[in-house]
Design a protein around this ligand. Structure first.
Ligand code: ADP
Ligand code: ADP
Ligand code: MG
Length: 675
């Protein structure tokens, strides 16, 4: 921002009705603007980073959101008791509740978000589509109205043509959505969506639209003020999704050209004008590969992925929301805005990518984000609400952090993101860093050929990491040798109190099914590794590592790298990006023995039913002594808003059911045993 912000006339104190990463994000902007902050918190968050950073904190109830973050009255009471003049709701929780926005204004408190009528108009998918249609916005072909029963649904679907999508009108967060391929599936799918919508939103109205095949999710950021000005801040592409939820986002979209971008921007602002929109909001579109675009819904709040827009426009969206809420006019028009460079964001979730992205929980034993700020022509930004030692609990969203990168070109920023992900280290809960790295390294992602089916297309059997490339095998060999040398040198010191005269030079490295003879030599910069069978030499320099550290960094043959390391018997367990390997460092004699050993066999777990994730047992539907058929439900384990139905994988007699309702189980804990 070229000029120091003008802050007179803005609020003196703002209350943040949220937690975690977004609470911290809002506090940062308030601090820069010289606005005092109050954060409300549940019992689970009493010692959180947001509470530590805010000027004041107010406890509002127990951990479950329904008893704390969703209780509007307590939040308004906290504004009164602290003298906060305005509330920023962040995203999720109360951010899209028109009744809360209204209650704030009734209490004389400014809601930092759109006016309640705009929230209401866009809060319901059926109503918002009617509104969009009236404003001349392209909508997905379908039936903009409530479905009465399966017969009604089948008649409409036949008219639209399969595949179709059933959607809960009150839906959000990827819930209450199902694709229906043909009439035979309709009755079952309708019942399932209605049940899910009733459970999650207390509203079972469902509508139908055409399912756009291989679509992209592209959304337009809009911004309005209370004087009727509306601009758009270009688009974000969020096609990399799992379970209809975003994982990687970027701005601009690699698909759009200037004409389509302008057309989407015009329709998005037309809709915003039509509902008197007066804050930051997002108009979501589903876009087919031929660039036809159709309105999906409008999110009347700050969006999780707003950093990519901030990075390409240089604007602070939270600051803009605060300014327009205070009644200031927008300080710029559409013609003042342009796209600078490219930005990508990776959502780092506590979930296990190797187990179908099941949510994970636990203490962040280690949490080491990469260095942020400007680095050459790259910018790295990490938005997080956690510190090392904090707990990822089952009560809230499983996002740990959002890592964003900016660079002048798409290719450059993807490379920058991949390098920053390498230097991110998390231990404790399972996390998706290896998965994010895999996508950054995939030629298809790099080419920009995206679709919401990307993850299903690229990982049809689930994610199991990527095979190491030849360069990654070189990295594994160099890292293992360097660590082994440092460790044995240290052990040598400890044993004799003397510096070892000449370290052994010849080793055999076992990695990725190969045995490599390596001769080591110290050099001025670090280590030279002669690969004796291949007749080439690797040069390792600038090694950063001490025994016990989980991350090793260095420069191999002129290229920087970092990888995750852990000690294992006779060697190391290593991960570079999406490739994992167990690497052994052996003397030539023990390598000879190793060659003659029979391969190790994994223990037989075929009779066991193991919990795929940590969580709470909420139902047990089988008993010991029962004959079960493959596919029958044995029990249900719940964590992080997600229920996981554990089914029998084969027919058989159950010898034991090891859990009961209310038990907490860890990942891989035995739930049941076949005879
Ligand atoms: P975005 O498009 O910004 O990614 P999401 O749909 O992922 O939005 O939701 C943003 C946040 O709001 C997430 O923390 C999500 O868990 C929460 N959220 C979204 N919809 C709902 C809902 N209907 N009920 C509860 N939380 C929701
Ligand atoms: P939510 O409120 O849960 O965010 P959306 O209507 O925005 O629901 O849809 C979520 C995701 O589902 C979209 O990002 C897109 O990937 C997919 N989707 C929604 N509608 C369609 C459609 N008609 N055709 C294809 N994919 C769709
Ligand atoms: Mg959506």
């Amino acid at each position: 921002m070229p000029n120091p912000p003008k802050t007179s006339g803005l609020f003196a104190k703002i209350l943040i009705a949220n937690r975690g990463e977004v609470a911290v994000r809002i506090i940062r902007t308030c601090r820069r603007l010289g606005i005092a902050t109050v954060v409300v918190h549940s019992e689970a968050d009493a010692a959180s980073l947001a509470v530590q950073m805010a000027d004041e904190a107010v406890a509002i109830g127990p951990a479950p959101a329904a008893q704390s973050y969703l209780v509007g009255d307590r939040i308004i009471e906290a504004c009164r008791s602290t003298g906060a003049q305005a509330v920023h709701p962040g995203f999720g929780f109360l951010s899209e509740r028109a009744d809360f926005a209204r209650a704030c204004s009734d209490a004389g408190i400014v809601f930092i978000g759109p006016n309640p009528a705009a929230i209401e108009a866009m809060g319901d998918k059926i109503a918002s589509k009617r509104c969009a249609q009236a404003a001349g916005v392209a909508c997905v072909p379908g039936h903009i109205g409530q479905i009465e029963d399966a017969g009604h649904a089948a008649r409409i679907a036949a008219g639209i043509g399969y595949p179709v999508m059933l959607k809960a009108s009150a839906g959000g967060g990827g819930k209450g959505i199902r694709v229906v391929q043909g009439e035979a599936e309709m009755a079952g799918a309708l019942a399932a969506v209605q049940a899910e919508a009733r459970g999650a939103f207390g509203d079972d109205r469902v509508f139908i639209e055409k399912f756009i095949t291989e679509p992209r999710h592209i959304e337009v950021q809009v911004l309005g003020d209370k004087l009727g000005h509306v601009v758009h801040l270009f688009e974000r592409e969020c096609s990399i999704q799992r379970r209809n939820q975003k994982v990687i986002e970027e701005a601009p979209s690699p698909l759009l050209d200037a004409g389509v971008r302008a057309a989407m921007g015009e329709q998005a602002t037309a809709l915003a004008r039509a509902v008197g929109y007066d804050s930051a909001g997002t108009v979501e579109f589903v876009v087919s590969q031929d660039k036809s675009f159709y309105f999906l819904e409008m999110n009347t709040r700050l969006q999780v992925e707003h950093p990519v827009t901030e990075l390409i426009t240089g604007l602070d969206l939270v600051e803009q929301m605060i300014r327009v809420a205070a009644g200031e006019p927008l300080g710029f028009g559409q013609e003042d805005l342009s796209i600078k460079g490219w930005a990508v964001e990776s959502r780092i979730y506590a979930e296990d990518p190797y187990r179908n992205f099941l949510p994970s929980i636990g203490r962040l034993v280690r949490y080491r984000p990469p260095p942020d700020g400007a680095q050459g022509d790259l910018v790295i930004r990490n938005d997080a609400g956690v510190r090392e030692g904090d707990e990822i609990s089952i009560h809230y969203d499983p996002m740990i952090a959002k890592l964003a990168a900016w660079g002048p070109t798409r290719e450059g920023v993807i490379g920058g993101m991949a390098a920053a992900l390498e230097r991110f280290h998390i231990s404790g809960p399972a996390h998706n860093l290896p998965f994010l790295s895999a996508v950054m390294d995939q030629p298809r992602f790099r080419s920009g050929a995206l679709s919401t089916a990307y993850i299903a297309d690229e990982f049809p059997q689930g994610f199991h990491g990527l095979e190491p490339t030849p360069r990654q095998i070189d990295i594994f060999v160099a890292a293992a040798c360097a660590m082994h040398r440092l460790q044995s040198r240290r052990n040598g010191h400890a044993a004799t109190g003397l510096r070892q005269a000449t370290p052994r030079q010849d080793w055999v490295i076992v990695v990725a099914g190969a045995m490599l003879a390596v001769r080591l030599a110290d050099t001025l910069e670090g280590l030279a590794l002669e690969l004796r069978d291949e007749g080439r030499t690797l040069r390792l320099a600038a090694l950063e590592w001490r025994p016990g550290q989980p991350l090793l960094a260095g420069v191999l043959d002129g290229e920087p790298f970092a990888l995750e390391v852990a000690a294992a018997a006779e060697g190391f367990q290593l991960r570079h990006r999406a490739a994992r390997a167990r690497v052994l460092v052996l003397t030539p004699v023990s390598a000879e023995l190793h060659r003659r050993l029979p391969p190790r066999r994994a223990p037989d777990t075929s009779r066991l039913v193991l919990s795929p994730m940590p969580g709470l047992v909420v139902a047990v539907e089988a008993i010991a002594g029962q004959e079960v058929k493959a596919g029958e439900t044995l029990c249900i384990v719940e964590a992080m808003k997600m229920q996981n139905i554990i089914r029998a994988e084969r027919d058989g007699l159950l010898a034991e059911v090891a859990v009961k309702i209310g038990d907490s189980v860890s990942a891989d804990e035995i739930l049941a045993r076949f005879a």
